[in-house]
Design a protein. Structure first.
Length: 73
C-alpha cells in the first residue's frame, strides 16, 4: 500500500492543530503558561508519538490551584 506524501502531510498538520488546541485547553487548567503549553504540544505533535506522550503528561499533571479557591479560616 502506498502512502501519498500529500495526505500524510495534511494528516500531520491537522493532528498538530488538534493537539495544540487540546494542549492549550489542558494548559489553562494545569500550568501558568497555557500559550507556551499549546505551542509546545503543537511542535511535539509533528512526530505523533511525542505529541501523545506530552498530552498524557498534561492529563496526569495536577491542576494549578487558583487563589480564589483558597479560603483563610
Amino acid at each position: 500500500m502506498n502512502i501519498n506524501a500529500t495526505v500524510l502531510g495534511q494528516f500531520i498538520i491537522v493532528f498538530a492543530l488538534i493537539m495544540g488546541a487540546l494542549c492549550y485547553y489542558l494548559g489553562r487548567r494545569k500550568t501558568q503558561t497555557p500559550v507556551l503549553t499549546g505551542l509546545l504540544g503543537m511542535v511535539l505533535s509533528i512526530i505523533p508519538p511525542f505529541g501523545l506522550v506530552y498530552l498524557v503528561v498534561l492529563v496526569l499533571k495536577k491542576d494549578v490551584g487558583s487563589t480564589s479557591a483558597v479560603v483563610s479560616g
